[in-house]
Design a protein around this ligand. Structure first.
Ligand SMILES: Cc1cc2nc3c(=O)[nH]c(=O)nc-3n(C[C@H](O)[C@H](O)[C@H](O)COP(=O)(O)OP(=O)(O)OC[C@H]3O[C@@H](n4cnc5c(N)ncnc54)[C@H](O)[C@@H]3O)c2cc1C
Length: 555
């Protein structure tokens, strides 16, 4: 616990020029771009819920819980004291408190509990805010959110599991789910011999009875190499039947109230995301029920993957926002060479550039969220959501590690020290780019969307055209993208180039339409200029730094 009024006069020196503790944040009230975006994209009715959560999630107390949960990483408890196999994970109490806060405030369930216009936008805002304080509890929240569409492919399974997963009660007990007031779900796809290429899975599933196919019982045997949140009550996983790779729901407890054959082998010792348990697991005669069509497992689970990719996209925007908030606070309260850092021209360039990136990441996330909301009834919106999710997952996640690193550097040496939140954010940042499809895989998915969904590119171009004629650099970048799209040669090799161009033109077009001119002008003058290096702090000198920094600071 950091004392609120630390002793600044020490026997050998007075402590001066050190920033005060940042204290409570209000993730909603202090974020102009977030409030404007949610209102614009159809989520105004969710504002009071978001405001309540923003205050709670941003409280100093929540940051302290996150710090505790990450310092005391979960431990594997494979056996109980009598040598019985229990396959449990033991978490610090702070992790449970964070999970409870997230579940009660519908971080996982909002989009489904309030389905309709603005629901996905509200969900994205919750994800963006919660990711600023804790990525470890965010992982199971994202998986619960993402599991719902896949479960709904199989009504008998959905009837049983969806209400439990959408409960706003957090019930961490390891007991049969029928005794619980709420449940969580995870997803195991990755095996040792291949994570991106799940066709190499070796786990086998054999039908329990004479019936086979959707909704029937199977026994699974094999392994999974990355199993995050293994304390969940159920998991979607993949295994081969004679017909092909199929999707199954495997619960922690069987319907006969026996522990299911989910054998935790070891806990991963991870770079970041340390409050979250990630394990290796063996499945031995594990009871499961088939979800979706037999042999179409990838098709079934891809709905969950898409939801998780959306969560990665939004989460990365949240991480960048928190890095920026910390950097603004530090530079406002620290002087060098006679002036506050925040007033030094080159630091202003860095801070404004970081602020623009956050706003671009957020405007893209919320636009895709609206497309998800509209996608049920509008084919063009569904096409934009499909390709936009992949574009946003690639680009926001790719920008986040360097962004957090730059925010850390704004603190000087203090940013490198564990007591600041910066090392934790820095370690957290790369994971969104790896799980749910690493960068190359996601860019290849953009190509797949282009080739298989005829409405995808028209939907993207129509979004870009809404802003054409307003900024010469944007117009030139859109032309450049069109030329890239016309060229069918070496498309796989050029997939990152094409995806990046899609991302920055889309961000530019959205900012031109919705952000203040100073923000969109600076974005287009840097990201869409021919010589942009991608580094932060390289905005042209005529940018309105005062406005951009002021907008990013507390409202
Ligand atoms: C902290 C953490 C938690 C995780 N939790 C889970 C979980 O709960 N459930 C789960 O199922 N998985 C989980 N994963 C696994 C994650 O989804 C995989 O690591 C990821 O999908 C990549 O698979 P891989 O590790 O087998 O790498 P590989 O598939 O071997 O890929 C290695 C690299 O090669 C690239 N690559 C692959 N194919 C191509 C190609 N055709 N062209 C160009 N490049 C290519 C990839 O982009 C990647 O950069 C987790 C991972 C981490 C780090």
């Amino acid at each position: 616990m950091i004392p609120r009024t630390p002793l600044a006069s020490l026997p050998t020196h007075d402590v001066i020029n050190m920033p005060p503790h940042l204290g409570d944040q209000d993730f909603w009230q202090s974020d102009n771009a977030l409030q404007e975006g949610v209102l614009r994209e159809g989520g105004s009715w969710a504002a009071s819920h978001l405001a309540t959560f923003g205050k709670l999630a941003g409280a100093n107390d929540t940051f302290e819980k996150a710090e505790q949960a990450n310092r005391s990483a979960p431990e594997l408890k494979a056996f109980d004291r009598y040598g019985m196999r229990v396959n449990q994970t033991v978490f610090h109490p702070a992790y449970h408190e964070l999970m409870s806060m997230a579940v009660e405030h519908e971080v996982a369930s909002f989009a489904w509990n309030h389905a309709g216009p603005g629901a996905q936008v509200g969900h994205a805002a919750l994800t963006y805010m919660f990711s600023q304080v804790e990525g470890g509890a965010m992982c199971p929240m994202a998986m619960v959110y993402a599991a719902i569409p896949a479960l709904r492919t199989t009504p008998s399974v959905a009837d049983e599991w969806v209400p439990r997963l959408l409960s706003t009660h957090y019930d961490p007990r390891d007991v049969p789910v029928t005794e619980k007031t709420g449940a969580t779900a995870g997803m195991f796809m990755t095996e040792k011999q291949g994570g991106s290429d799940v066709r190499t899975n070796t786990t086998r599933a054999i039908a329990v009875g004479t019936s086979t196919g959707i909704g029937t019982e199977y026994r699974l045997t094999g392994h999974k190499y990355f199993c995050s949140a293994p304390m969940c009550d159920a998991f979607l996983t993949l295994a081969y039947t004679d017909i092909g790779l199929s999707c199954f729901l495997v619960p922690r407890w069987t319907p006969d109230a026996e522990r299911n054959g989910l054998f935790l082998q070891r806990m991963k010792d991870k770079l970041g995301n340390r409050s979250n348990a990630s394990t290796e697991m063996e499945l031995q005669d594990t009871w499961g029920v088939m979800v979706g069509e037999e042999g179409r497992g990838v098709r079934t689970i891809i709905d969950m993957v898409q939801g998780n990719r959306m969560a990665c996209c939004v989460s990365s925007a949240g991480l960048m926002r928190q890095g920026l908030v910390q950097a603004l606070h530090h530079t406002e309260n620290r002087s060098a060479f006679g002036n506050p850092l925040i007033e030094q021209p080159l630091m202003r360039n860095v801070l404004a550039d970081l602020a623009i990136e956050v706003e671009a990441a957020l405007v893209l996330s919320l636009r895709i969220a609206r497309a998800l909301d509209e996608g049920d009834t509008d084919e063009d919106a569904a096409a934009l959501a499909r390709i936009g999710t992949a574009i946003g997952k690639y680009w926001n996640c790719k920008r986040a590690p360097a962004h957090v690193g730059e925010s850390l550097e704004c603190h000087g040496g203090s940013g490198y020290i564990e007591e600041s939140i910066m090392p934790r954010l820095y370690r957290e940042a790369p994971v969104n780019s790896i799980w749910e499809g690493a960068g190359n895989i996601v860019c290849l998915d953009v190509l797949r969307a282009m080739q298989r969904e005829s409405a995808a590119i028209p939907a993207l171009l129509s979004e870009l055209e809404s802003a054409s004629g307003a900024n010469a650099a944007l117009d030139a970048a859109i032309d450049n993208l069109r030329n890239e799209l016309k060229n069918p040669d070496d498309l796989e090799c050029r997939a990152r180039t094409v995806t990046e161009l899609m991302a920055i033109t889309l961000q530019g077009a959205l900012l031109i339409q919705h952000a203040p001119a100073a923000v969109s002008g600076a974005f287009c003058a840097s990201r869409l200029a021919p010589r942009w290096s991608g580094a932060y702090g390289v905005l042209p000198a005529d940018v309105d730094f005062d406005f951009i920094i002021g907008r990013a600071q507390h409202a």
